[in-house]
Design a protein. Sequence first.
Length: 99
Amino acid sequence: MTTRHLEKIRAIIKEATDLDISYAYDDLVFPDHSAFLIQFDDSNPDHYFCYFHEDMNPDDKAKLTENLHLACQMHKCSVTFKGAFNLKQKGAEVDILFM
């Protein structure tokens, strides 16, 4: 079983964005407002993947990228930016579409 340190990523997100986590499921963590999401890297507990919502403003994305890098450095871990995602409502469920 893979160990995922939710409290560590919660602290990183809070320091980088001042946002709380609204939802965590399996290897995905959704901060408030879902402008981005974090995915745990199961091969390295000190590494994360980040996806930005496809509609995110480029200036906000650049600032968020910088803030996440700095917060990760403070916590002796790293983040790789993988691309974009979108959420699609399907009845009571939500599909995550990675691009």
